[in-house]
Design a protein around this ligand. Structure first.
Ligand SMILES: N[C@@H](CCC(=O)N[C@@H](CS)C(=O)NCC(=O)O)C(=O)O
Length: 221
């Protein structure tokens, strides 16, 4: 088997999505910590590997892949004997990919648009509009879940790992009210039943929440 290296930082939701996928697949890998807060992602060595300077970054025997969603798809396609986590059926795959693009462009972005100004520019006052974007993401997620146990049906997939890693970190900026969002709440409880979810995801998510939660205030308009 080829040598897999994942570059990441455990507080990062997209990194945790890849760690969840690797753990589900039981694929051995080496983990290399990249301290974003110390600027290690801007080093010449890292930029040569990923000019977009983001984690996660996967190095699979010299093949460099970044963006957590691309990494998770690649890992299942290459290393999973069954296609349950990322179905080959075209319609199921397209529906799952919609959830991945939703995470990449809406859900995670609503968090990144608040956390990056805070971590890199000490911007602790958050415009209400950015909080509204988080709420809009929650509303979509609640609707996508519908009556299903997981995001694309009754089976857990990489869409749950990607959106779950983000959703469990979003309380850093806005709590998930169980009365408003009962389906998201039940889904996260279900993900918590995975034997590795706490260790692989929640420890980093809690660290992330603790770093942000009491530091941010919402701008009064
Ligand atoms: N869409 C990307 C987002 C990755 C991302 O924004 N990662 C953050 C950490 S959570 C990062 O590396 N930030 C440093 C930077 O953008 O320079 C993915 O899913 O991998």
């Amino acid at each position: 088997m080829s040598k897999i290296v994942l570059y990441g930082m455990d507080i990062s939701p997209p990194v945790r999505a890849c760690l969840l996928t690797l753990r589900a697949l039981e694929v051995p890998f080496e983990y290399k910590d990249v301290n974003l807060l110390a600027g290690e992602h801007m080093s010449e060595e890292f930029l040569e590997k990923n000019p977009q300077h983001t984690v996660p970054l996967l190095d699979d025997d010299g093949a460099l892949i970044w963006d957590s969603h691309a990494i998770c798809c690649y890992l299942v396609d290459k290393y999973c004997k069954s296609d349950e986590l990322y179905p080959k059926d075209l319609v199921k795959r397209a529906q799952l990919e919609q959830r991945l693009y939703f995470d990449a462009s809406i859900l995670f972005m609503s968090l990144r648009n608040i956390s990056i100004p805070y971590f890199y520019h000490n911007v602790a006052v958050v415009p209400q509009e950015k909080i509204d974007n988080v709420n809009a993401g929650y509303n979509h997620l609640e609707a996508f879940l519908g009556d299903n146990s997981y995001l694309t049906g009754e089976n857990i997939t990489i869409a749950d790992f990607c959106c779950g890693a983000t959703a469990s970190s979003l309380p850093a900026v806005l709590d998930i009210d169980p009365e408003t969002y009962p389906k998201i709440t039940a889904w996260l409880d279900r993900l918590n039943l995975l034997p590795y979810f706490n260790e692989v995801n929640n420890v980093g998510a809690e660290k992330y929440i603790n770093m942000l939660k009491n530091e941010l205030t919402v701008e009064c308009s």
